[in-house]
Unconditional design. Sequence first.
Length: 166
Amino acid sequence: MSEENLMPRSVRDSQSEMTEIVLPNDANPLDAMLGGRLMHWIDLAGAMAAHRHSRSYVVTASVDHIDFLVPVKVGDLVILRSSVNRVFHTSMEVGVKVWVENYIADTAQHVASAYLIFVAIDAKGNHLKVVPVVPDTDEQRRRYDDAGRRREIRRTELERRRKAKR
């Protein structure tokens, strides 16, 4: 890694936005978007921020639960905004917030939010160290702190599951 690549990066340096239009192939017979399609788009949007921050390949390690708050219909625009919340050595928590925009009615609604963990890897699949992320705003600092709490919850739950298997 070059000296430049070892320097911490700001949250804003890797923020990403992705916009998709919901087509009939993305929907069920009631013209409502398939949840699996939205989850796929969330994964892609999250990976964009993780790639930009780590400047490496990344793989999805986990996704927190997703609640679908409002229906998304064929013809709606889906806007996905992602940013790296926190870095943990070789992994990163990325937050993705999803909005649905009906450009005919001129409305926008929050559809879903998700937290994903990505791990940086090289071409052979070896884990890579990720440079720290620097939050600049109060909102980014809140998300940074919340990511640390979520990590502890994930670790506790993983340990509980391991013990239950024994």
